[in-house]
Ligand binder design. Structure first.
Ligand code: NAD
Length: 336
């Protein structure tokens, strides 16, 4: 009998939470033979909603769902977990300045970083979805240091990656399975750089580079990038709510691949602590192309950049450094 994995979802009463828990519980993320103990955390005001989600999960009658519990405190949430989906975050309210939003989130992720260090397994793997995701992951990793290695912390840029795959497939009249190796560089924000320089598209049985398959450089360096960067805003405009189904699916793709590994010859985008690759400052949680084997990610090395790409990467790096510095200031701890 396989030992169950204990999996935490924070913000589980929210809209991404509602779409994510079923995929974790039904075996989509960890496999159909892997039992899961699901722990759902949200703030005390949401305890009724959380209980409703627990009841629904029970009613799904899923063979892989070993147990499910709703909690509103960190200790029972983080104790003994193998994986954490950190989705819950303070949303931006009208009139709120960026630095106030950052300060509110720093508080949450500092506390959760400490809780991870105190209660979770030292092998716990973390995906941060709640925005600003890269910087929240940086803060959580900082406060879990000493117990959980920084390499176990990541932030989600898989939704941006999936959006880039979908836009390329739409433009070339192919399907998702025909497109691979797009890259999201940098921050999960408007400065991210969706890069197709190393992507390929299979059309009529032949695999070619994305630039040849599209045959329109101006599109790939203009509208394509803008569409991926601004997709989240467009979804809000249309739905009056932010992306939830696609965000939940992307978070599950991210953890699925971290758990099972990437396919041969393919990489995915994941925001992970920089080891200095491509000149990105060490420790910054930066989205890179990664391959994964036996639960360990590796940044794809040796990719070349033209001046256009260099400019885009410099802009997103600068934004992330500023965010990190503001967050550290908010922690009253600017010396690390
Ligand atoms: P939501 O408002 O529907 O749900 C968020 C939930 O988090 C709420 O139930 C709230 O009570 C809870 N929460 C707040 N503080 C908490 C805390 N300290 N501990 C536990 N729970 C807490 O929002 P949503 O649409 O589910 O989005 C969640 C987050 O994901 C937002 O920050 C959003 O910006 C972000 N997001 C990221 C991506 C990405 O690609 N990285 C994509 C979409 C959304």
């Amino acid at each position: 009998m396989t030992a169950p994995l204990r999996v935490l979802v924070t913000g589980a009463a929210g809209q991404i939470g509602y779409s994510i828990v079923i995929r974790i519980a039904d075996g989509t993320v960890f496999g159909k033979d892997q039992p899961v103990q699901l722990v759902l955390l949200d703030v005390p005001q949401c305890s009724n909603v959380l209980e409703g989600v627990v009841f629904e999960l029970q009613d799904c009658a899923l063979p892989t769902l070993h147990s499910v519990e709703a909690v509103t405190e960190e200790k029972p949430a983080f104790t003994g977990i193998d994986y954490a989906f950190l989705v819950g975050a303070m949303p931006r309210r009208e009139g709120m300045e960026r630095k106030d939003l950052l300060a509110a989130n720093v508080k949450i992720f500092k506390s959760q970083g400490k809780a991870l260090a105190e209660y979770a397994k030292p092998t716990t793997k973390v995906i941060v979805v709640g925005n600003p995701a890269n910087t929240n992951a940086f803060i959580a990793a900082k406060y879990a240091a000493g117990k959980i290695p920084a390499k176990n912390f990541s932030a989600m840029t898989r939704l941006d990656h999936n959006r880039a795959l979908a836009q390329l497939a739409l433009k070339t009249g192919t399907t998702i399975g025909d497109v691979k190796n797009v890259i999201i560089w940098g921050n999960h924000s408007g400065t991210q750089f969706p890069d197709v320089t190393h992507a390929t598209v299979k059309k009529n049985g032949t695999e070619t580079d994305a630039y040849s398959a599209v045959g329109d450089n101006a599109f790939l360096q203009g509208p394509f990038i803008a569409t991926v960067q601004k997709r989240g805003g467009v979804i809000i405009e249309k739905r009056k709510l932010s992306s939830a189904m696609s965000a939940a699916k992307a978070a599950c793709d991210h953890i699925h691949d971290w758990h099972f590994g990437t396919k041969a010859g393919e990489h995915v985008s994941m925001a992970v602590p920089s080891d200095g690759s491509y000149g990105i400052p060490q420790g910054l949680i930066f989205s890179f192309p990664v391959t994964i084997e036996s639960g360990e990610w590796k940044i794809v090395q040796g990719l070349s950049f033209d001046d256009f790409a260099k400019g885009k990467i410099a802009a997103t790096t600068k934004e992330l450094e500023e965010e990190r510095d503001d967050a550290l200031k908010a922690c009253d701890d600017a010396n690390i």
